[in-house]
Design a protein around this ligand. Structure first.
Ligand code: WTA
Length: 704
């Protein structure tokens, strides 16, 4: 049986196991106030009007110079949006709102310790702080348009201030998730060629004031190993004027921002007018090689796309209180905490800590106190809150009109709790499917115009036309319910421009698989390969089943198997390593590592601990594997590739499928018995593996 045939069988099996869900419509109250209640919009965004329909989004911005070409396709797949246009992102998010919204909160920051006062940052405050910090960056650090600056910041208002200050100067920011290790940050410094690192001394997480400054030292050391030198480390202090980190400052390299800012008080910096296609920021994401990819996002196209989608899909009006409970260190935070909401003059809540600190009622207390009416979070948080405090939302007097879920497939059961208990059967929900690469939502319902369906993201977003292709590039019949690789058939303004410093990798990763003619100048020949598996129901709604490549989505964070494996291979005894996803009720997936040892080494619990700590050190605590299995050998193909799909099935107690083509089929049973008996003993047997997890595990590791 060929691989194609095998796929078809498992796909039809998936489809038949799936229960179709009913549509649920948002209430009339929501529809009456929605920003987008104009049913004609679907006609305006019909493919016949492509690409001009995206003018509607670009016209939400203030341009210094209007563009002459909506979409320039002269160099596929490096599309240029709004070519000829010029604008500044910081001006669009801050300055232009000062006239009408000067004293309105841009951000309300909530510290994790409950007795600490909120900090309210008005648009005027934001304007002053962004200007002063931009002056510092320009004059003290000497950075200018086009330079890159790395940020490694926690969830504090200084993070958007720093991003917007960079944007004001045309400097490309590269924020690394604060929970990532210093080493991971260092690798990203090297790749982006940053000479300045902006960080913070400490922040609260689960009741502890964590030393974050220490990670800056690790990052700089790692960057040096990679041949990069960091001239200046700017350290914001969690409590200005007071040290919260025991890690010493390095003379001549490390500077406290609150000290430096004294010299820049009252300074103003003219926003630098940037071409629409100038890069605004880099956001690194995991891929199939160990080296993370710097997704490069543009100024004009990206900002237009997030402004439009925040307005219509999040339904943000200036008078709403919007809380996106995600970290700014990920794309969700960039697009839907910072750029999209601020472009719409929104008031956003920023929360420093973990959802369940000090108890699972915390989010609902914050919502009630600040009168939050738009709420946005990920399935992993929803699952966690549902498990820890299923009745908590009822005890609080808040009212959401709108809620978002993002980052992973959401199980219909969990969706229903979100809808019924958190949303009190009142809020409209959008299940937004998108990626770091896509800049903004690509699959979602338009909340006032299209009904919701638990577990399905909905149709393509306005102006986005998804298509499902089989392994050979043939279109899977639309609406057939058969799974395949979901692609986007047309370019759109929010899509990344390239992989920083590696345009060939951009083409190879996202387009090579299905591009039939690399010389074609027609965008129709360049479907974007998302790397997700999906199926489309007869009603046109897509259901995303997870990754088809070797990326593991842990609590909404994408981890590359190669990154995990490279970290494991730094342990002296480890000869070979493979990372696979195991289903986890709360976090969606957790990595499990399989390692085999070099000759002369014995399996021991030390080796397991060393692998765990190497991963923690090199990537960060979120990547810590649930188990490390030390085996004598791993199942491999005749060409020597580890069959991740087989070991993933073992970890998840699924059928391993046909193993007769392996070079060493006998090891499968050996590994299975060892691993599964240990898991049974530990009480770690997955219950009710959802169909989406099964589908992902069956195909895990792609085309091996
Ligand atoms: C997954 C996060 C199902 C998907 C914005 C995608 C989802 C990856 C959804 C991107 C959703 C994201 N339903 N799956 N609503 N949203 N995903 O780059 O596998 O961190 O490819 O971007 O998360 O993760 P990333």
């Amino acid at each position: 049986m060929s691989r194609g045939e095998q796929d078809q069988i498992s796909e039809s099996q998936i489809a038949s196991h799936w229960r179709e869900e009913e549509f649920i419509s948002p209430g009339a109250g929501f529809i009456a106030q929605a920003n987008m209640a104009d049913a004609k919009v679907l006609e305006r965004f019909a493919i016949e009007n492509y690409p001009e329909y995206f003018r509607e989004y670009a016209d939400l911005l203030t341009w210094d110079q209007y563009w002459h070409t909506t979409l320039d396709t002269s160099n596929p797949p490096f599309w240029k949006w709004f070519a000829g246009g010029k604008l500044n992102a910081s001006y669009n998010c801050v300055d232009r709102h000062v006239a009408a919204h000067k004293n309105k909160a841009a951000f309300i920051w909530v510290a994790e310790p409950e007795d600490e006062q909120d900090r309210v940052i008005t648009y005027q405050d934001l304007y002053v702080r962004v200007n002063e910090f931009a002056a510092l960056l320009r004059d003290f650090c000497g950075v200018k348009a086009g330079d890159r600056v790395t940020l490694h910041m926690p969830m504090v208002p200084e993070l958007p201030v720093a991003m917007l200050a960079c944007a004001r100067l045309g400097v490309v920011h590269s924020q690394v998730f604060g929970g990532f290790s210093g080493a991971a940050c260092g690798d990203r410094i090297v790749d982006s060629g940053s000479r300045v690192l902006i960080t913070m001394d400490a922040y609260y997480r689960n009741g502890d004031l964590l030393d974050h400054k220490v990670k800056a030292d690790e990052a700089v050391a790692q960057a040096e190993k990679g041949g990069a030198s960091v001239d200046k480390v700017l350290v914001w202090r969690r409590y200005p004027g007071r040290d919260s980190s025991p890690t010493p400052m390095i003379d001549g390299r490390d500077f406290y921002v609150d000290d430096l800012l004294k010299d820049y008080r009252g300074q103003r910096v003219e926003p630098v007018s940037m071409p629409a296609e100038a890069p605004l920021f880099l956001m690194y994401t995991s891929g199939t090689t160990a080296r993370p990819k710097g997704c490069q996002h543009s100024t004009g196209g990206y900002l237009a796309y997030v402004a439009g989608t925040a307005r219509y899909y999040q339904d943000i009006h200036p008078e709403d209180v919007y809380w996106c409970f995600a970290d700014i260190g990920w794309i969700t935070g960039h697009s839907y905490i910072v750029y999209g909401p601020l472009a719409n003059a929104a008031t956003g809540v920023l929360y420093e800590g973990v959802p369940t600190y000090p108890d699972p009622g915390r989010p609902w207390r914050i919502a009630e106190r600040l009168d939050v009416n738009i709420f946005h979070t990920a399935p992993t948080t929803i699952r966690m809150l549902r498990k820890a405090g299923p009745d908590e939302p009822q005890k609080h007097n808040y009212r959401f009109k709108h809620m978002t879920t993002v980052g992973e497939p959401i199980e219909p059961e969990v969706w229903r709790w979100y809808y019924e208990v958190v949303g009190k059967r009142d809020a409209a929900i959008v299940d937004t499917w998108w990626q770091t690469e896509t800049g903004g939502f690509i699959g979602t319902t338009l909340p006032a115009l299209q009904p919701m369906k638990p577990g399905s993201c909905g149709p393509g977003a306005l102006g986005i036309f998804p298509i499902i292709l089989d392994e050979d590039g043939n279109e899977v019949e639309p609406g057939s319910g058969r799974a395949g690789n979901i692609c986007i058939s047309n370019p759109w303004p929010g899509f990344m421009q390239t992989v920083w410093g590696d345009p060939d990798r951009f083409v190879a990763t996202y387009f090579e698989k299905y591009c039939k003619d690399p010389n074609s100048k027609d965008w129709r020949d360049w479907p974007y390969v998302t790397g997700d598996g999906a199926m489309q129901a007869a009603d046109g709604y897509f259901r995303i089943v997870g990754r088809v490549d070797d990326v593991i989505n842990v609590a909404g964070h994408r981890l590359g198997t190669k990154e995990l494996e490279s970290a494991a291979l730094t342990v002296e005894a480890v000869g070979e390593a493979a990372a696979v996803p195991a289903y986890d009720e709360l976090r969606g997936r957790v990595p499990e590592m399989y390692v085999s040892l070099k000759p002369g080494y014995e399996a021991s619990s030390e080796v397991e601990d060393q692998v765990k700590s190497a991963i923690r050190q090199m990537i960060g605590p979120i990547a810590r594997p649930a188990h490390v299995w030390v085996t004598t050998d791993l199942p491999k193909t005749r060409s020597g590739k580890i069959m991740r799909r087989v070991i993933a099935s073992i970890s998840n107690f699924m059928d391993v499928g046909d193993t007769t083509t392996l070079a060493n089929p006998e090891v499968v049973d050996e590994v299975r018995i060892a691993v599964q008996s240990a898991k049974v003993k530990a009480g770690d047997v997955p219950k009710d593996l959802p169909e989406s997890a099964r589908a992902e595990i069956r195909q895990f590791g792609g085309d091996v």
